[in-house]
Write a protein that binds this ligand. Structure first.
Ligand code: MN
Length: 301
């Protein structure tokens, strides 16, 4: 099941996405007398198993509601959760080859992390899947990309054991953790260089946990102006999704709708020889098979 948030005729809708069309879930739910609140992605996530069951019934009966389908060309996709309640959680240095390239670029020997390295991106960084990414040359000369698998938390919880972690996952989406490398270094804490407005495109949809099955089989890739830069399998993560959820939730309550970006593989611009920074006009395409792609234009401001 692919779930989207989209604008249609000035209204923000939650939809079930199919090739070339979208089912307006709130409209279909009213026609089917579903009790669950399907009016926003956060409402659906908070609705738990009841909301998921309603979605499955509407998916089955979709053709009973012809007036609730909207042609895909008539909608503009937003991030699946366009206004998260709190910051996007992120994991740094979670793919071996990316850890190695980072140290190599600094001429240092690689040290592997022994625990996940967490940081966050500010809520206003969240951007739509086809949104422009701001590049202010007065502020940064080293804007870089990072394609990542993002996990959407369903059922919240604290001290979640790794063997129960997937029970707390609602679904998955594609993220790009755009990073101003010079700000990341200058401010020492990563937050500033990772939190500029528009620097966290998400989408194009959330695919529910059951449809993905084992996320280790997913492949991520990224191109800049069509040139391949990143390609890896989720199975190559140093800390897998259960380990990340167990570690992050230790003494820290995760809530429905929390977003966790799980780290980027090798191939980022700063580690290339010579290092490459994004320029105005560049098109960055981030893909995860079975989820979809982000297409983001870099726009100088
Ligand atoms: Mn990252």
């Amino acid at each position: 099941m692919k779930l989207v948030t989209a604008i249609h005729e000035g209204r923000t809708l939650t939809g079930l996405w199919q090739p070339a069309r979208m089912l307006d879930l709130a409209a279909a739910g009213r026609r089917a007398n579903e009790a669950a609140d399907l009016s926003s992605m956060l409402a659906i996530v908070r609705g738990g198993s009841g909301a998921l069951a309603a979605l499955r019934r509407l998916q089955e009966r979709g053709d009973d509601f012809p007036e609730a389908w909207i042609d895909a060309s008539q909608v503009q996709l937003l991030a699946p959760i366009p206004n998260p309640v709190r910051n996007v959680f992120c994991v740094g240095r979670n793919y071996l080859d990316h850890v190695r390239e980072g140290y190599a670029a600094k001429g240092q020997e690689a040290k592997l992390p022994t625990v996940p390295q967490f940081f966050t991106k500010a809520t206003r960084a969240v951007n739509s899947p086809h949104g422009d990414v701001r590049l202010d040359p007065q502020l940064t000369r080293l804007l870089d990309y990072e394609v990542e698998l993002a996990v959407i938390i369903g059922t919240g919880g604290r001290d979640i054991p790794s063997e129960q972690a997937f029970e707390h996952v609602f679904g998955y989406t594609v993220a790009n953790d755009f990073t101003a490398r010079d700000l990341q270094r200058r401010h020492e804490q990563w937050f500033k260089g990772k939190s500029l407005d528009t620097s966290c495109p998400l989408g194009p949809c959330i695919v529910d946990r059951d449809e993905i099955g084992d996320p280790r089989t997913l492949e991520l890739s990224l191109t800049v102006n069509g040139e391949p830069r990143q390609h890896a399998r989720v199975a190559q993560m140093i800390f897998d999704i259960p380990a990340i959820i167990a570690s992050l939730s230790a003494g820290l309550t995760l809530e429905p709708g929390d977003i966790i970006a799980t780290g980027t593989p090798a191939g980022v611009g700063f580690a290339m020889n010579p290092p490459q920074a994004l320029k105005g006009g560049d098109l960055v395409v981030s893909v995860i098979d079975r989820i979809g792609e982000l297409r983001n234009r870099i726009v100088e401001v």
